[in-house]
Design a protein around this ligand. Structure first.
Ligand SMILES: Cc1cc2nc3c(=O)[nH]c(=O)nc-3n(C[C@H](O)[C@H](O)[C@H](O)COP(=O)(O)O)c2cc1C
Length: 171
């Protein structure tokens, strides 16, 4: 599959089967995440692989967005390791660094025949407490990952894109 086909075929899966992910596939996907660029190569990202029954129960108490997956990746970053823009006091790279790592993982998963859903719909502070994250780590997103249920299908949003002229401006 070409990269363009892969990007077209990916959609947010919101119903996963209970088929477990093969460890080798997960390792391959996580290794692709480690290839992603980060600001000044500071790599502030951390990834928690949530798979235990206790972790699943904790997630389900905080968000409806597990969608039946038995593996969920929690992406965080360490605020002491993110790059600080020297021109602007409040511009730091942590969320961008995590986002590019998570995007590499989302697309690598698709290449391995797995699906994902990027989820921000959770109470960040409560989740950070629930998983005993270090005080200098911020949660950014959850990503259920696995084999899509046979009945999974794209939402109405998947093919509803703004016209590219509204998005791209040549100056
Ligand atoms: C930053 C971000 C946050 C998102 N948060 C959620 C979420 O909390 N729950 C959810 O079901 N989908 C979430 N999504 C998925 C989007 O709704 C989805 O990508 C969009 O509607 C386009 O659909 P598609 O991914 O199927 O192409 C999120 C996506 C992004 C990029």
């Amino acid at each position: 599959m070409s990269f363009i086909e892969l990007a077209k075929n990916r959609y947010s899966v919101r119903k996963f089967s209970n088929r477990p992910i093969e460890k080798e596939k997960l390792d391959t996907i996580l290794a692709v995440g480690n290839l992603a660029p980060t600001a000044k190569n500071m790599q502030p990202q951390r990834i928690y692989v949530l798979q235990s029954d206790g972790a699943m129960a904790e997630l389900d108490s905080l968000t409806p967005c597990r969608y039946g997956a038995n593996t969920v990746l929690l992406f965080t970053y360490n605020v002491d390791e993110e790059w600080q823009n020297p021109f602007e006091n409040n511009i730091r790279s942590g969320v961008q660094d995590v986002s590019i790592v998570a995007t590499h993982i989302m697309l690598a998963a698709k290449e391995q025949g797995l699906d994902t859903c990027w989820c921000d719909y959770f109470p960040n502070s409560k989740l950070e407490d629930a998983f005993y994250l270090p005080k200098n780590e911020k949660a950014v997103l959850l990503m259920p990952i696995g084999y899509a249920d046979a009945s999974a299908k794209p939402s109405q949003f998947h093919n509803s894109k703004k016209d590219i002229d509204q998005i791209v401006k040549y100056l």
